[in-house]
Design a protein around this ligand. Structure first.
Ligand SMILES: [Zn+2]
Length: 90
């Protein structure tokens, strides 16, 4: 990773010898990679994960709505009226 930095816990080795009896000594801080993401990289990754979660949720809820004979909008309003208030007809 271009702008990642060396893991402070394992010194970039990805392993901690003193813990070789646990999970083969893989560093839990960096997941055994020896590198850590910057704050910006973590924020970007969190955004990507959240966007994927939204897409997956929409696919899942569309299936549930279909099973109930509802549109996604109708289903979401019934399931969570605070987040999805009924749209007022103009
Ligand atoms: Zn590490």
């Amino acid at each position: 990773m271009a702008n990642s930095f060396e893991c402070f816990k394992c010194g970039g080795k990805g392993k901690i010898e003193a813990f070789s009896h646990i999970e083969n000594g893989d560093c839990f801080q960096c997941g055994g990679t020896g590198r850590l993401m910057t704050r910006e990289q973590r924020a970007q990754r969190a955004k990507e994960i959240a966007a994927k979660h939204e897409r997956d949720l929409e696919v899942y809820e569309t299936k549930l709505a279909k099973g109930c004979g509802l549109t996604l909008k109708e289903y979401r309003h019934i399931a969570d009226p605070k987040r999805y208030p009924r749209e007022v007809a103009a």
